[in-house]
Design a protein around this ligand. Structure first.
Ligand SMILES: C=CC1=C(C)c2cc3[nH]c(cc4nc(cc5[nH]c(cc1n2)c(C)c5CCC(=O)O)C(CCC(=O)O)=C4C)c(C)c3C=C
Ligand SMILES: [Fe+2]
Length: 424
């Protein structure tokens, strides 16, 4: 398999859409925010992303179209068993992201009298841009009884605590938390599901699935090479997201710094991952006039431009007046969560649309599975969610039905296993 289409391999011309756009992007970097390329080139089909590297793949990797996310509880108290599992998962993840079977024998080439070491549904499928990203929850460090099962309680990152409750939270414990999470993203749903299924299979006896979530359409961009997708409200989502090319912003807002937390040095270069399962009352939303929908968001539904004018990547002008007060209302989502209103804070969003059948009132159980990577949940998530709770017009159409927080260790070098520094 060849690695192709990843950010480093896109030509500068392909990334920036020509010289004029390049100048524009350079200016935007200088201003601290990224503006659009003049044209938005689409990266070619991606063969594979290597599992090993300085950072885990699946964070700044161009967001793939499909997601299978699982949270697991560790059922053993034995540190050696946990470490053995992390080693086995590392090997299997490296193989699968390379388009190989989960185990070295494969789905059909082993002896007939034992179960195969791969389940087989991805036979003949390409790697499809599969990335597998691991995170550790609070319960891995101290379990519900306050027990330090694996001798790592003193290495728990200070910020890895239970998230507070927010308004519109109707959290289902069966869709929240977990000791370990695995995020599999791919451009083929079968490849993402195959990855999670096999990792869960390998963990049988050591871990148990707590909850999982499928996502069918990305709701963000994480690279300037991508076009902006739409969420289930029909709006472009991901326009102002941090992009892989914004390395200074990633260092400031996404990657945990070496000095951030003296007792959790193992997390330096990693990140925090927040998930929120957000049900959207789409049937009610669909009855709102177009102009109201646009006022709730603060952007136009067609182009995604701010209501203050311009094009999709034009910065909103929050000072501009309309006939009835500010043209971008004070409770518009993009105003409430904008860095200008939140001490300059930015986050890397990597969420997905979901529809999990229908609900008990004949509507769709649909929404946005919010995933964000950020440097510290205390500065980069809790205040944002609180601001939304207080004063965001979108809140009337949202119900938060699950949430979790994980510490995501940095990348894995060849010959190492994921999270190795935590157990060293
Ligand atoms: C706590 C953080 C956020 C939650 C929860 C959240 C939910 C949520 N958002 C949309 C739709 C859009 N969000 C947009 C931008 C945007 N959203 C957040 C944060 C949360 N959103 C941020 C930080 C930003 C970027 C703000 C900026 O820097 O300008 C947009 C506009 C397009 C874009 O920039 O991506 C839309 C549309 C929904 C539907 C939703 C819950 C279901
Ligand atoms: Fe948002």
């Amino acid at each position: 398999m060849t690695a192709a289409g990843g950010p480093a391999r896109l030509s500068r011309r392909g990334l920036l859409g020509g010289g004029a756009a390049a100048a524009g992007v350079a200016g935007a970097f200088a201003a601290g925010r990224l503006t659009a390329p003049e044209t938005t080139p689409v990266a070619g089909p991606v063969a594979s992303y290597p599992f090993h590297g300085e950072r885990q793949a699946g964070i700044v990797t161009p967001a793939q179209d499909r997601l299978h996310f699982v949270a697991l509880d560790v059922t053993t108290d034995d540190r050696d068993e946990l470490v053995a599992l992390l080693k086995a998962w590392t090997e299997a993840a490296a193989r699968m992201t390379n388009g190989e079977s989960a185990g070295p024998v494969g789905a059909v080439d082993g002896p007939g009298n034992v179960p195969p070491d791969d389940t087989g549904e991805a036979l003949d499928l390409p790697p499809s841009g599969l990335t597998i990203t691991f995170g550790f929850g609070q319960g891995l460090f101290v379990d519900a009884d306050g027990k330090d099962r694996f001798g790592i309680a003193d290495r728990r990152p200070e910020a890895l605590e239970q998230l507070p409750r927010f308004s519109a939270d109707v959290l289902d414990p069966a869709r929240s938390d977990g000791d370990i999470c695995i995020q599999a993203c791919a451009d083929d749903p079968q490849v993402a599901v195959h990855a999670i299924r096999n990792l869960v299979r390998i963990g049988f006896g050591t871990t148990a699935v707590r909850w999982s979530q499928l996502g069918f359409g990305r709701t963000s961009t994480t690279s300037t090479s991508q076009s902006t997708p739409r969420n289930l409200f029909g709006f472009k989502d991901g326009t102002a997201n941090i992009k892989a090319e914004e390395t200074a912003a990633l260092d400031e807002h996404v990657w945990v710094g070496a000095e951030d937390d003296p007792r959790a040095g193992w997390l330096a270069g990693g990140s925090y991952l927040v998930t929120r399962r957000i049900n959207m009352t789409i049937e009610v939303w669909d009855r709102q006039p177009l102009e109201s929908q646009e006022q709730f968001v603060g952007r136009t539904k067609g182009s995604g431009a701010p209501l203050s004018g311009g094009e999709e990547f034009t910065e909103p002008d929050f000072a501009m007046s309309g006939s009835n007060g500010p043209i971008i209302p004070t409770d518009a989502h993009v105003r409430v969560v904008h860095p200008d209103a939140n001490d300059g804070v930015r986050i890397l969003r990597r969420g997905y649309n979901f529809v999990d059948g229908s609900n008990d009132v004949g509507g769709l159980d649909a929404g946005l599975f919010f995933i964000a990577y950020l440097r510290d949940p205390r500065t980069h998530f809790i205040p944002l969610q609180r601001a939304m709770s207080r004063n965001d017009a979108l809140m009337e159409y949202l119900r938060f039905t699950g949430q979790a927080l994980f510490a995501v260790p940095p990348g894995v070098a060849e010959g190492e296993y994921v999270g190795q520094a935590l157990f060293a």
